[in-house]
Design a protein. Structure first.
Length: 105
């Protein structure tokens, strides 16, 4: 798994290497670039309450969230359930696009 929780000098973060995920092909097939910015958008759409509780600081090759350990642990479990499931990703993308949400990838 390419998702990690970190504690560096009291700052807690969650990172996800955006390459090689099981859901990569589903993201690309939907016309999106499966990079850190896409995953940040997916988190903002799918879990807006937790997205408001953490600082999102993604890059092209990596999704990154900084926040309280409890929030990051919850986000880790949620993201893990999606990055391993192309069907779940397709569903979230479809719901996002139907609502007018635009991914910044």
């Amino acid at each position: 798994m390419t998702i990690h929780l970190h504690d560096f000098n009291g700052e807690h973060s969650l990172t996800l290497d955006a390459g090689g995920l099981a859901a990569h092909a589903a993201v690309a097939a939907a016309g999106h670039e499966p990079n850190g910015y896409f995953w940040e958008g997916l988190v903002r759409f799918a879990w807006p309450d937790i997205a408001e509780q953490v600082d999102l600081d993604s890059e092209a090759g990596m999704f990154c969230a900084v926040g309280k350990p409890s929030d990051l642990a919850w986000l880790k479990a949620a993201v893990e359930s999606v990055i391993t499931s192309p069907g779940a990703v397709r569903d979230i993308i479809a719901r996002a696009e139907a609502s007018g949400f635009e991914f910044d990838d």
